[in-house]
Design a protein around this ligand. Sequence first.
Ligand SMILES: *Cc1c(COP(=O)(O)O)cnc(C)c1O
Length: 416
Amino acid sequence: MPRINDHYLKLSAGYLFPEIARRVQAFADHHPEAGRRIIRCGIGDVTEPLPMAARDAMHEAVDELGRRDTFRGYPPPFGYDFLREPIAQIDFADQGLDIQPDEIFISDGSKCDCGAILDIFAPNQQNRIGITDPVYPVYVDTNVMVGNTGPATDSGYEGIVYMPCTAENNFVPKLPDQPLDLIYLCYPNNPTGSMISRAQLKEWVDYALEHDAIILYDVAYQAFIQDPELPRSIYEIDGARKCAIEFHSFSKNGGFTGVRCGYTVCPKELTAKDAKGNDVELHPLWQRRWSTKFNGVSYITQRGAAALYSNAGREQVQSLIDFYLGNAAILRDGCKALGLDTYGGVNAPYVWVRCPDGVDSWGMFDRLLHEAQIVTTPGVGFGRCGEGYFRISAFNSRENVEEVVRRMKAMSAQAV
Ligand SMILES: *Cc1c(COP(=O)(O)O)cnc(C)c1O
C-alpha cells in the first residue's frame, strides 16, 4: 500500500480564498439584488488585456509552428536565447548589473519556481526558514510540503521563523536574532504594498553573507517601482551574487497570469553545504533539477514574453503599469480621505489598510461585503501580523475603482 507525504496533512492554510468565495456566495444567495453589485478587489489577478506586442508575437509564433521549415519541438529546458539574452541585457546589463543569460532560467511563472527551488535544498527541517508575516502563502505552504515545519499551531507552523512586518517597521522585518539558512523576501510586497530601501536591503544581504544564508528574493511586482532610489533587483547590492536567488514573473507586468511565464536568476557564485560540510555550487544543481523535471516553456509563450522587451512592448507594459498605479492612487487617496491608516499603493498595486478601531480583518471584510458589496482580502489571511488590516487590489477597471471609493465614502458617512 503506498504511503502519502504526511506533511500535506499539516497544511492548515489555503483556506483563505475558498473562505472568501464562500462568504461572497452566501451573501449573493441571500441578497440576489445586492449580489449583482459586487465588486471584487480581492484576488491579485490582472484585469487588462495582453499588450499588443505580445499578442502579435504569439500569433506569429503559432504560424511558424504550422510550417515545416519553421516548426519547433521541445524547447531548450532553460529557455530560448531569444528570451534569455534580452532579459540579461535589459533587466540587468542596462542597469549596470552582472547577470549572464545562462544564469537565467525561463519558467512557467514564479509561483512554481518558489516551490521548485526547495528541491535543491535539504528537506525535513535541516534548514532554518525565515518568512515574513504577513506573506504570500506559497512560501509557507511549499515549506510545509517538504517537511520543513512541524504542525500548525495558533502562532503558525512550528519550525518556521516568522518575521513580523508591521506599520512600526514600515513592513520591512528587522534582522533575525537567530541564524537562518533560507530567507524569503518580496518587494514590492504582496500583501502590504510596501517597499524596502536600498540601505535596508543591503543590511539583509550583509546578514546573509555573514551568516551563510540564502535570500530568496521575489520581485514579481518589480515593474511597479517608480522611485529610482528604490532597489529594483537584489543584485544592485554588492555581494548579492553570493547569497541571493531572484524570482521574476511576467504575470503582473505583461498581464501573463493566464499565459504563464517567468524566470529565476541563479548566479554561479552561489553555494551551500552538502551533508559532509563541503561547499557545493547551486547553479549545476538547479540546472539538473530543471532538465529532469521540466520540459521548458512553450515557444509561443516565450515569443510573447520576448516581445515585452521590444520597444513597443516596453511602452505597452509601462502604460499597463501606469494604469494600475493610477487605480492604486485613487484607492489609497480614497482610504486616506476616510481617515483610515493606509499603506502601500505607491510602488505596488496593493493598498494595505488598517481596519477602524475595534474591527478585525474578517469583521471588516464582512462589513465591506454587506454594506458596500466590495470584496477585499482580510489581512489575517496572510498571517497573524496581518490581523486588523485588509488588502485592496488595484487590478480592476477604473470605473470599479472609482465606485469602490464612492461606496466606502457612503458607508463611512452612515457609520457616523
Ligand atoms: C503574483 C505573484 C507571483 C507571480 O506568480 P506567477 O506564478 O508568475 O503568476 C509571485 N510572487 C508573488 C508574491 C505574487 O503575488
